[in-house]
Design a protein around this ligand. Structure first.
Ligand code: NAP
Ligand code: F7E
Length: 375
C-alpha cells in the first residue's frame, strides 16, 4: 500500500520539491491549492498538469486555505493522510511588516487549525511543521534592538554595531537548544506555530516535528527573495536586459543551503522512531554582498565597491558600469544580521547532511537563470 501525504504550500518552492520527492518514493500526494485569479501551479505543472502518470492517479490538488478550519478538517478526514507537511505560509519576512495580522492568521493560527483538525478527526497521522531560523533573531550577535542600521546611515552607533555584527568571523552556531528571540511579525507568528506543535505533541501524543530550517534556495525560489533576485538580476544585467540591481541590507549574513536536500530532511524527520525537532543548515555563512560577488564571478566579472550605507554602489571592474545600488525601501524595520546553523543532531539521528555548499548553490542558480531566467 502506498503511503499518503498531504502538503500545504505544495505550489511553493519547498512544496514542489517535496511533492516530487514523495512521488519518487511511491507516495500518493495530495496538495492544498489556494484559489487565485491567475495560475499559481507553475512550480508543479511538470509533475501534475503535464504528467499523465501522476495527475489524478497519484497526485491530487484540493482547493483550501490555512485560514479555513472547516476546509482543513474536511481534507484531513477525507484524505486520511499518513503524513502531513505544513509548508503553507505568508513566508516573506519584509511583507510580514505590512500584513502582520494576516501573517499571524496563516502562519500561527493556520498551524493550530491543522493540528486541531488532526485532533478533532482522530486521524492517525504524522505532522511536519515548517519552522525557521528566523525564530532565533539576533541571539548570536547580541543585537537585540535590531532596527535596520542602514535605514539611518547618519546614526554612528548603529553603523558600528552593524560592522561588528558583519565582521564577527567565527560566532557560535545555532542549534535546537539555542534561545529564540524573533525580530519580525513573521518570526513571531512562526514562534507560536513552533510551540503549538510541541504542545500538541506532548498533550495529545501526536507524532509532530518542527524542522528549524535555515535559508534554502534553488532555481524555484520566489523572485523577491534576495538570492533569486540577485541571480535573476545579474543574469539580466549581463544579457543587457536590465541596468542595475537595487538592494537593501547587503551586510546581512545567511546560512544558505539547497532546497531539494532540505526536502529530504523534512521527510527523514517523519521516518524517525520518535517525533522531535531538528535544525537543518549547512554551517556555512555568507553575506548578501558575497552572494552578489559570487553571482558576477559566474561571468568572470569582479566588482569595485564605493561609498557607505545608502550611498554604497558597485561597478564592474572591467567596464566601470554601475550595476548595484542601495534602495532604502528594502531595509526592514528590524532585520536578522547573522545566522549560522548547527545540523549535528540531524546528522546524528537522521543521517542528514547537506552536500551542496555556497559556491555550488550560486552556480546551480546561475546555470538556471542565465539560461531560462532571462526575460
Ligand atoms: P513559498 O515559496 O513562499 O511558498 C509558500 C506556500 O504557501 C505557497 O504554496 C503558497 O501558495 C502557500 N500559502 C500562502 N498562504 C497560504 C494560505 N493562506 N493557505 C494555504 N497556503 C498558503 O515558501 P517556501 O520557501 O516554499 O517555504 C515553505 C515553508 O517553509 C514556509 O512555511 C516558510 O515559512 C518555511 N521556511 C522557509 C525557508 C526557506 O528558506 N525557504 C526556511 C525556513 C522556513 P501560493 O503559491 O498560492 O502563494
Ligand atoms: O532576505 C537582505 C534582507 O528575503 C535575506 C524566508 O524564506 O528565509 C527567508 O527569509 C536577507 C535579509 O530571506 C534585499 O534584509 C538585502 O537580511 O531572501 P530574504 P529571509 O528574510 O532570510 C527564512 C529562513 C524564512 O523562514 C523565510 O520564510 O537579505 N536583503 N537586500 C534583501 N532581501 C530581499 N528580500 N530583497 C532585497 O532587495
Amino acid at each position: 500500500m502506498s503511503k499518503i501525504a498531504l502538503i500545504s504550500g505544495v505550489t511553493g518552492q519547498d512544496g514542489s520539491y517535496l511533492a516530487e520527492l514523495l512521488l519518487e518514493k511511491g507516495y500518493i500526494v495530495h496538495g492544498i491549492l489556494r484559489r487565485s485569479s491567475s495560475f499559481n501551479t507553475g512550480r508543479i505543472d511538470h509533475i501534475y498538469l503535464n504528467n499523465n502518470e501522476y495527475r489524478d492517479k497519484r497526485m491530487f490538488l484540493h482547493y483550501g486555505d490555512l485560514t479555513d478550519s472547516s476546509n482543513l478538517n474536511r481534507l484531513v478526514e477525507k484524505i486520511h493522510p499518513d503524513e502531513i507537511y505544513n509548508l503553507g505560509a505568508q513566508s516573506h519576512v519584509q511583507v510580514s511588516f505590512e500584513v502582520p495580522e494576516y501573517t499571524a492568521e496563516v502562519d500561527a493560527i493556520g498551524t493550530l487549525r491543522f493540528l486541531d483538525a488532526i485532533r478533532e478527526t482522530g486521524v492517525k497521522t504524522k505532522f511536519y511543521q515548517a519552522s525557521t531560523s528566523e525564530l532565533y533573531g539576533n541571539v548570536l550577535t547580541g543585537m537585540q534592538d535590531a532596527r535596520s542600521k542602514m535605514q539611518d546611515d547618519q546614526d554612528p552607533e548603529f553603523r558600528i554595531l552593524h560592522r561588528r555584527a558583519a565582521s564577527i568571523l567565527h560566532p557560535a552556531s545555532l542549534s535546537e537548544t539555542s534561545p529564540f528571540r524573533p525580530t519580525s511579525p513573521y518570526a513571531v507568528a512562526k514562534l507560536y506555530a513552533y510551540w503549538i506543535t510541541v504542545n500538541y505533541r506532548e498533550a495529545y501524543n501526536l507524532f509532530a516535528c518542527n524542522g528549524i530550517l535555515f535559508n534554502h534556495e534553488s532555481p524555484r525560489r520566489g523572485e523577491t527573495f534576495v538570492t533569486r533576485k540577485i541571480t535573476l538580476g545579474v543574469s539580466r544585467i549581463m544579457a543587457g536586459k536590465q541596468d542595475m540591481l537595487h538592494l537593501g541590507n547587503i551586510y546581512a549574513a545567511r546560512d544558505w543551503g539547497y532546497t531539494p536536500e532540505y526536502a529530504e530532511g523534512m521527510w527523514k524527520m517523519l521516518q524517525a522512531d520518535r517525533p522531535d525537532d531538528y535544525v537543518l543548515a549547512t554551517g556555512e555563512t555568507h553575506t548578501v554582498k558575497e552572494f552578489i560577488e559570487e553571482a558576477f564571478a559566474y561571468y568572470g566579472e569582479t566588482l569595485n565597491w564605493e561609498g557607505e550605507g545608502v550611498n554604497e554602489t558597485a561597478t564592474l571592474s572591467a567596464s566601470n558600469k554601475k550595476v548595484i545600488a542601495m534602495d532604502p525601501k528594502y531595509y526592514r524595520p528590524t532585520d536578522v544580521e547573522f545566522l549560522r546553523g548547527d545540523p549535528s543532531k540531524a546528522l546524528r539521528d537522521l543521517g542528514w547532511a547537506p552536500k551542496v555548499r555556497f559556491k555550488d548553490l550560486v552556480k546551480i542558480m546561475m546555470d538556471h537563470d542565465s539560461e531560462s531566467g532571462i526575460r
